[in-house]
Design a protein around this ligand. Structure first.
Ligand code: SF4
Length: 358
């Protein structure tokens, strides 16, 4: 393979296209690992147009990782208001504490080091390590998958092992040749967002157009194919609104089940619910079912949830959490603030069902 890039090389054109036309978000004006990281976390489920002013406010008030690590809940909540998914803000602060304390303020530079930062998954680790550590790790999101599927005319998309292998193979080869791996990753994502759009892609303006198999075969609309539908699975479960007398509700990081790695209400499987009921009745306490058929879907799981509310004194609540839920770290959150702290709309539906009760 010729490793010397030529100016008519479409991949070189991609770099020029990005340099000349990229969106001028404020975190790109003066790049720092701190600014890039905060922008990545803020934009995980929020549009960049909404993120930009909020990012600037956070940078003005918490200008470095030490100030973010030490900031109080009310400051964080105010700075995060309107961005949704408050659990991301808590993760961000946890990540800042890891960097400020465990790493003595030194930002990670490798992909593996970024993965150790709480709340940082493969996608975020790849973009940050490529931008600020020159690591040649491709960043793969839905936009990038769409671009590569069309370049290679992958009719099976990335839903098959061979489709995934082809996608990764192309990205790894090209990021290896790229002058700046971070720019390559950003350019691919932005190409998918602005040019190689899901519908009506702007092929005339595409710097990779001459490479594109789907375009040359007039098959752009066929790639990538829609994800095959999986058979629906019915999943009954119980959500627990566990309150203590001061009016706060128990939240925790779930470590298993459908909503694992998310922050929210304790969830009991059918077996756990039976165990919990026996345990509570033996202690003279009984939960009140305030909703018995709350419907919710997560991917192909059709959830029918029962919501229990239960008031316990703190000591008994902690005992219950460790004996039945087998967790030792619940966090108490004011009931009114809980909907903004939880990750799933299923939690919010359960909290709504339980509101108004003592
Ligand atoms: S030529 Fe069209 S379909 Fe192919 S990568 Fe570019 S925008 Fe996408």
């Amino acid at each position: 393979m010729d490793l010397m890039p030529h100016s008519d090389d479409p991949w070189v054109k991609l770099g020029h296209w990005f340099r000349d036309t990229h969106s001028a978000w404020p975190w790109r004006t003066r790049r720092t690992p701190y600014g890039s990281w905060v922008a990545e976390v803020m934009s995980q489920q929020t549009g960049l147009g909404v993120v930009a002013p909020r990012w600037q406010e956070l940078m003005d008030e918490l200008p470095d990782v030490a100030s973010l690590a030490a900031c109080h809940d009310e400051v964080l909540r105010r700075l995060w208001a309107g961005l949704g998914y408050y659990a991301r803000a808590r993760n961000l602060r946890r990540g800042a504490q890891h960097i400020a304390l465990d790493r003595h303020g030194a930002f990670p530079t490798t992909y593996a080091q970024w993965l150790e930062v709480p709340g940082c998954g493969p996608y975020t680790a790849a973009i940050l390590a490529s931008l600020h550590g020159q690591q040649r790790v491709p960043c793969i999101d839905g936009n990038v998958v769409r671009v590569v599927s069309r370049l290679l005319d992958l009719r099976e998309g990335t839903h098959s092992p061979s489709g995934r292998a082809s996608t990764l193979g192309l990205l790894e080869a090209e990021i290896e040749r790229a002058q700046e791996p971070g720019t390559f990753n950003e350019a691919m994502m932005e190409l998918g967002q602005r040019i190689c759009r899901k519908t009506k892609p702007l092929c005339q303006a595409c710097p990779l157009g001459q490479l594109c198999l789907a375009r040359s075969r007039d098959a752009v609309e066929m790639s990538p194919p829609p994800r095959p539908r999986r058979a629906k699975v019915s999943t009954p479960l119980t959500l627990l609104v566990l309150r203590r007398s001061s009016g706060e509700v128990a939240l925790l990081r779930r470590t298993s089940g459908l909503l694992r790695d998310t922050f929210g209400l304790p969830i009991l499987s059918r077996d756990m619910a039976d165990t919990a009921l026996q345990y509570l009745e033996a202690k003279g306490a009984r939960p009140v079912a305030v909703a018995t058929d709350l419907a919710h879907s997560i991917t192909h799981h059709v959830i029918t949830a029962t919501v229990w509310t239960l008031s316990l004194r703190s000591v008994r609540a902690l005992q219950f959490a460790s004996d039945v839920l087998q967790i030792d770290s619940i966090e108490w959150c004011p009931f009114d603030e809980a909907p903004a702290c939880v990750a799933s709309s299923l939690d919010r539906k359960a909290l709504l069902a339980a509101s108004g009760l003592p």
